[in-house]
Design a protein around this ligand. Structure first.
Ligand code: HMG
Ligand code: MG
Length: 303
């Protein structure tokens, strides 16, 4: 079992995963305000947008404009999703220096999400990765449905390991393992990470847990015990994928920060400021704040 890490890195995905499936679409100005507030709270990796079809994901329209207007803070990275070379062209034009390419372990999800098979998608992404590296960009990889698919059910851990290794071979600096529908549970997470880590070291894996079944924070803990130290999270617990029906938000960033603060593990994030951001963004989206930690703070529960 891995020792407790001294620090973890949180990749804040709220401005992308968090907003992409919300009923209320935020304009570029408000998305920029969210990104600014998140960096004020101490987040240093903030997924800012997605260069995908605005017809398929209307909430991410204007990501080029957003990246051009963004006040980039030193030491903060702002990755954006890129599914193909059309998206890469747009990301380069907008001055992106970090991109995230994404594939899935399930054929049906791959078709629904990106309109192509897993094989075609990996081919597209390989071409994107070569061009992105030639242009000096940093490339992150994502794999969806690693603990189950909303259309096909169970997936194989070995398939996750093989595709993760392929993404690393494309030059991805890390692979984020996505429990897209939040079906995973801690013992399964450990088995999966232990299997994948035989092909890709745990230091190059990230955990991306949605919280549909309430297991996301426990899954983060389990992945930490298997040596993972990078976690994706969404302020206020926002999030969901338009092509994964029924799935809810990512693990809330404030739940993660509470979990790690309490264990003395450094995150660099100021919990109080982050809860303010969770309250602010939830008000913008006209919905009550979803995370347990933000609600506990708001009700004045003793810490
Ligand atoms: P497609 O329809 O297969 O592409 O889309 P196409 O090549 O056939 O082109 C059709 C039209 O789309 C053309 O326009 C293209 O120019 C345009 P037309 O000639 O008809 O006017 N097009 C694009 N426009 C903007 N940006 C592009 C782009 N590419 C082509 N990049 C595509 C393929 C992948 C673009 C499409 O299926 C798509 O945008 N899908 C949405 C994918 C998405 O954003 N999903 C949600 C994010 S992934 C996620 O949430 C999971 C994650 O969080 C991890 C987890 O939780 O598991 C990462
Ligand atoms: Mg996601």
């Amino acid at each position: 079992m891995a020792a407790l890490p001294a620090a973890v890195r949180i990749v804040e995905v709220g401005p992308r995963d968090g907003l992409q499936n919300e009923a209320v679409a935020l304009n570029v100005e408000r998305r920029l305000a969210l990104i600014g507030r998140l960096s004020d709270a101490g987040l240093r990796d903030i997924e800012a947008g997605a260069f995908v079809s605005p017809r398929r994901v209307p909430n991410m329209a204007g990501s080029g404009e957003l990246m051009q207007q963004l006040d980039r803070r030193p030491g903060v990275s702002y990755p954006c999703l890129v599914p193909n070379e059309t998206g890469l062209d747009a990301a380069l034009e907008a001055g992106c220096t970090d991109i995230a390419i994404f594939a899935a372990v399930s054929e049906t999800f791959s078709q629904r999400n990106t309109g192509c098979s897993i094989h075609e998608s990996m081919d597209r992404l390989a071409r994107v990765a070569v061009r992105a590296h030639d242009a000096g960009l940093r490339v992150r990889g994502y794999l969806s449905c690693v603990l189950g698919c909303p259309y096909e059910g169970a997936v194989s851990d070995e398939a996750v390991a093989t595709l993760s290794a392929e993404l690393i071979a494309m030059g991805c600096h890390e692979v984020s393992l996505g429990d897209t529908t939040g079906v995973g549970s801690p013992f399964r997470v450990r088995a999966l990470i232990d299997c994948v880590a035989r092909r890709v070291p745990a230091e190059r894996l990230a955990g991306h847990f949605h919280d549909t079944w309430g297991m996301a924070a426990a899954n983060v803990h389990a992945a930490t015990l298997s040596g993972v130290t990078v976690f994706d999270a969404s302020v206020g617990g926002l999030g969901g994928c338009p092509f994964a029906p029924g799935a809810t938000g990512n693990v809330a960033t404030e739940d993660l920060v509470y979990l790690f603060d309490d264990a003395g593990v450094y995150t660099g994030v100021d919990l109080r400021k982050l809860v303010d951001v969770a309250n602010w963004i939830s008000a913008q989206l006209e919905r009550p704040v979803a995370s347990r930690v933000a609600r506990a703070f708001n009700s004045g529960r003793p810490t």
